[in-house]
Design a protein around this ligand. Structure first.
Ligand code: PLP
Length: 329
């Protein structure tokens, strides 16, 4: 089982019409009926979220930092002038979809989990560019396999300045589909050349590291966990969690601009996000300068400890001292 859609029993929905939200609807319908002139189709008024539920060592089911995803969904909605659901509405939808699809939660010990995908978009029919008056918020889920089937393995990454992902003060800091559409062409170019991810630099100067594919970037050196500070980087909840765990491990945490040349000085580096937690980076190739930055071909000691500590909390093997998990079953 990889990262693909598998049908489950139900999804849950809220409709925004006539200035108010509907009650939660639970449906087994995988399809939506929408006007061909709906604003999401023409003007990209669409956002999404991604989070996971884990079957723990104790048999309980934990949703990881669901309230943070709900808050981020609201900031994306605000940026796209969509109506704002409450944090409670989003959390309730996530809890409901997990409870009603319990049969699809992979068992403990497989490394697999239940991936939740909240998605929201403007559905108002019309031709002019204006904010949507109507919206649909759906939360569905799908079981997904362990990201690394044969243990954590460092990935190959390429820097490409020919296409940018997001502009300063654009939409890079919110989770909207348009950012992904804009990254496809460079991503495909990278894949054809054998790289699993493109590392994006800041769009204004192409001097500083921004994101690694659809992951945040972090580097480790001299007892420090260093991650890019930029208005066009998506605030990753995994990265927020790793920063806290890094502090717990006695590392200093720095949020700051990271010049490309600094890649040469990191002892370890990687991408982080819900899908993999951490993807250690083995090699970074700069397509324009033809420089190569090489790291170990095995996951570094600190990256592995961060990864283990986070998964221990998600699977209920370690104390959840920051209350990141919501037990739903
Ligand atoms: C979703 C996403 C991430 C990772 O965020 P998490 O909350 O850790 O899953 C990082 N970068 C981009 C561009 C994203 O869309």
């Amino acid at each position: 089982m990889g990262f693909d859609y598998h049908k489950t029993d139900v999804n849950v929905r809220y409709y925004f019409t006539d200035g108010k939200w509907s009650d939660m609807e639970v449906t087994s319908d995988e399809y939506i009926k929408m006007h061909m002139s709906a604003s999401c189709l023409h003007y990209g008024i669409e956002l999404f979220e991604g989070l996971k539920a884990f079957r723990g060592v104790d048999g309980k089911v934990r949703l990881f930092r669901v309230e943070d995803n709900a808050r981020r969904l609201r900031s994306s909605a605000e940026r796209l002038c969509l109506p704002l659901p409450t944090v409670e509405m989003v959390v309730n939808a996530c809890v409901e979809v997990v409870r009603r699809n319990e049969a699809y939660i992979p068992p403990y010990g497989t490394g697999a989990s239940l991936y939740l995908r909240p998605v929201m978009f403007g559905t108002t029919a019309g031709l002019g560019v204006k904010p949507a008056k109507d919206a649909l918020l759906i939360v569905y889920c799908s079981p997904v396999g362990a990201y690394f089937k044969q243990g954590i393995k460092p990935i190959l990454v390429a820097i490409d300045r020919e296409q940018d992902r997001a502009a300063p003060r654009g939409t890079g800091d919110v989770k909207v589909g348009g950012n992904y559409a804009a990254s496809l062409l460079s991503g495909e170019k990278g894949h054809k050349m054998g790289y699993s991810n493109i590392m994006y630099l800041d769009a204004a100067e192409h001097k500083y590291i921004e994101e690694c594919g659809a992951c945040n970037f972090f580097g480790i050196k001299d007892g420090k966990y260093i991650t890019p500070k930029s208005s066009s980087v998506l605030p990753s909840i995994t990265n927020m969690s790793l920063r806290q765990l890094a502090r717990d491990m006695g590392l200093e945490v720095e949020d700051r601009k990271i010049p490309v040349e600094e890649l040469a000085s990191f002892e370890e580096c990687g991408g982080c996000g819900t899908a993999a937690v951490i993807s250690p980076i083995g090699t970074i190739y700069d397509m324009q300068t033809e420089k190569t930055y090489s790291y170990s071909d095995k996951v570094g000691k600190i990256s592995l400890e961060l990864y283990t500590r986070l998964q221990d909390i998600q699977y209920g093997r370690a104390e959840d001292k920051y209350n990141w998990c919501t037990i739903v079953l």
